[in-house]
Design a protein around this ligand. Structure first.
Ligand SMILES: NC(=O)c1ccc[n+]([C@@H]2O[C@H](COP(=O)([O-])OP(=O)(O)OC[C@H]3O[C@@H](n4cnc5c(N)ncnc54)[C@H](O)[C@@H]3O)[C@@H](O)[C@H]2O)c1
Length: 397
């Protein structure tokens, strides 16, 4: 059993507590810190948390806790992680790990220097559908992964600090793109080096310094591509979808809207519908178990099991650092409108990975490019001559 110091009582602090206390688990939030003593008391009263405080150091150094969860705005992650590491406690930090790769590298170094357990709370890599899909990919069901498209769009975040580039480190990319980038890495292989990125991003709707909409590509050393699509200007709720395209198959994932549960109401739903839902009448898309569907439940199981068993969790501070390094390159690409290299001075993956190209021999002289069954019952083959490079049709049957 772990007793936890939870730093923050906002949206994610509430979701984390729901995930930890919502089932009959043994791990408990023991002390909650919030900037506002009233908010800390509210969360404590609602979830049976024994202690609450408006003093950050007091929460981190509480003698009864062994784990610190950082659920604070992005500009406070480094300070909180360093303080938790210095207190000798296991530390779990929400996404994004830092506002940039320099911050997240310092956090990585702090926990490694202190020798404390650390986990990156990237929940969307733990949704039940994602875990199942990752298993299929690991078993080779879709062949080699060529292209992962990950999308998170909604009408914009719920607190002022997200919209302040200084405090958050950016806009929709740092907020939502961090999820999409790590989802793509998980499917492509986290040991494959991200090489370069290109991205368009703009403040299409809101008068802010950062982007409220962006589309980008991350190219990996083996030729695979991760595509992210993020928006704070999307209307209609929260659209969370992923697609995996492999040499031998395809996976489509829809996590939030149109998941198979829809309610129509002419009267209106009296209460909360789902995170970032925009309306309460007409067709609604509620979610049965929000902490479960967003991956929080599986994420804490992996984190706390790994802590108990002295193993490495699926999502580490190193992963958070790689994501930040990719995002730094993404912001540079928006500025200079060109492909931008990903600068990763600390690389712990494989070097010189093989390309994804698949050669299918047809006969001694040709490789098979394509085979298709035609309407007239024949099979058409597209062949390429190995020596000359010439491409020809051949119809059989
Ligand atoms: N899916 C996810 O994993 C997910 C979802 C939402 C938020 N987050 C992350 O969680 C962190 C917190 O986000 P949130 O949505 O809970 O934010 P929020 O605004 O709802 O809550 C922020 C919390 O931090 C406290 N706080 C302390 N100092 C503060 C300061 N100087 N300014 C503002 N708040 C301060 C507030 O009292 C509050 O308890 C962010 O890093 C965010 O990116 C992760």
């Amino acid at each position: 059993m772990h007793r936890i110091s939870l730093l923050g009582s906002g949206l994610i602090g509430m979701f984390y507590t729901m995930a930890l206390h919502g089932h009959r688990g043994r791990d408990r939030v023991h002390v909650n810190y919030s900037r506002s003593a009233d908010r800390a008391r509210d969360l404590a009263d609602k979830w049976g948390i024994p202690k609450h405080t408006a003093n950050l150091d007091e929460a981190i150094n509480d003698p009864d806790t062994d784990v610190v969860i950082v659920a604070l705005p992005n500009h406070l992650h480094e300070q909180a992680v360093v303080a938790a590491a210095n207190a000798g406690k296991a530390v779990l930090c929400t996404k994004p790990l830092g506002r940039n790769a320099d911050e997240s590298r310092r956090m990585l170094e702090a926990v490694e220097r202190a020798g404390v357990f650390a986990g990156y709370l990237e929940d969307l890599c733990y949704t039940p559908k994602t875990l199942r899909a990752l298993d299929s990919v690991r078993r080779g069901t879709v062949g080699k992964v060529l292209w992962v498209r990950s999308r998170e769009t909604h009408p914009g975040p719920h607190s002022d600090w997200f919209w302040n580039k200084e405090l958050s480190g950016g806009g929709a990319i740092i907020d939502l793109g961090c999820h999409c980038i790590e989802i793509a890495r998980s499917f492509i292989g986290k040991d494959v080096r991200p090489v370069e990125v290109v991205c368009w991003g703009d403040a299409q709707v809101h008068p802010i310094e950062a982007e409220d909409h962006a589309v980008g590509l991350v190219r990996y050393e083996n030729g695979a591509v991760g595509q992210f699509e993020v928006s704070w200007a999307f209307r209609g709720g929260m659209d969370l979808r992923d697609e995996v395209a492999g040499t031998d198959g395809t996976i489509w994932l829809n996590h939030w809207l149109r998941t198979g549960f829809e309610i129509y109401t002419a009267r209106g739903e009296a209460d909360y519908v789902a995170e970032k839902a925009e309306g309460a009448t007409g067709w609604l898309f509620p979610v049965g178990d929000e902490p479960g569907a967003l991956g929080y439940t599986e994420m804490f199981t992996d984190m706390l099991d790994s802590l108990d068993n002295h193993t490495t969790p699926r999502e580490t501070f190193y992963d958070g650092y790689v994501v930040n390094a990719i995002i730094d390159a993404v912001y540079a690409s928006i500025q200079n409108k060109q492909w931008q290299p990903v600068n990763l001075p600390i690389w712990r993956g494989r070097e010189g990975v093989e390309s994804l190209a698949v050669l299918r021999d047809y006969d001694a002289d040709h490789v098979l490019l394509k085979e298709e069954r035609m309407m007239d019952g024949s099979t058409k083959l597209i062949l390429r001559n190995k020596k000359m490079g010439q491409v020809i049709n051949r119809t059989i049957g």
